[in-house]
Design a protein around this ligand. Structure first.
Ligand code: NI
Ligand code: MN
Length: 226
């Protein structure tokens, strides 16, 4: 079974059949991160959008490990200019099969400028199919009704921001759970900074009271099975 580690903020590590996938590796400068960029050797890094709290340590980690980096076409072009070589451009609505499973890029309602001001294209989320399980990482997004279409695929785990201010807050994240109907939910993108402080335990009680989903509240560095 795939194992999912929450490394704080939007940083998600998925270990599946000997492969380590790492989404949005913001570790340096992240006040809640329990690991640094030299502590993980990902096989694949996936970047949802250009903001610094998501692209994070992608460049040094990819250069050190030589891992594959997946992002949209615009971000891949920028990473190539920064000297990365092992790159896979994709875009929203497109999926691809790899030896570790499948990933499809999904909509996300957000912005995506890169740290130097370069246009980063549209932000995205990721729908993974690994070991027969569907894992949806919404990344940074507001609520959108097409989450219902993602839910129709049969989501085992939905990873949803609840921090408010920059992304969905608790109320809209609850509505997202109702659209997605996942078996399990992992709340993320909260408590990293003062302006996104939330109470995940009271959110868990609301979600489990109003939906059939089980909410996993993790501490940074903790993991769960899907
Ligand atoms: Ni962002
Ligand atoms: Mn963010």
């Amino acid at each position: 079974m795939p194992n999912v580690t929450w490394l704080s903020h939007s940083v998600i590590q998925i270990d599946t059949a000997g492969t380590t996938l790492l989404v949005d590796p913001f570790l340096t400068g992240n006040p809640k991160a329990t690991l640094g960029p030299d502590d993980i050797d990902p096989d694949v890094i996936l970047v949802s959008h250009g903001h610094g709290d998501h692209i994070g340590d992608t460049i040094p980690m990819a250069k050190r490990t030589g891992c594959l980096t997946i992002a949209n076409f615009e971000i891949v072009g920028w990473l190539e200019q920064q000297g990365l070589e092992n790159l896979r451009p994709m875009h929203i609505g497109g999926g691809a099969d790899f030896d570790w499973g499948r990933v499809k890029l999904t909509n996300a309602l957000h912005g995506s400028v890169l740290p130097d001001g370069t246009y980063g294209g549209n932000p995205c989320g990721f729908l993974f199919t690994v070991e027969g399980k569907k894992i949806y990482h919404a990344c940074d997004t507001g609520l959108f009704y097409d989450m219902k279409l993602i839910g129709e695929e049969g989501v085992d785990l939905a990873i949803l921001p609840i921090g408010d201010n920059f992304t969905m807050g608790p109320d809209d994240a609850l509505r997202a759970v109702k659209l997605l109907e996942p078996k399990q939910v992992l709340p993320i993108h909260y408590d990293t900074f003062d302006i996104i402080e939330q109470d995940p335990v009271s959110w868990k009680e609301r979600v489990e009271g109003e939906t059939g989903a089980k909410v996993m509240v993790l501490k940074p560095g903790e993991n769960m099975e899907v």
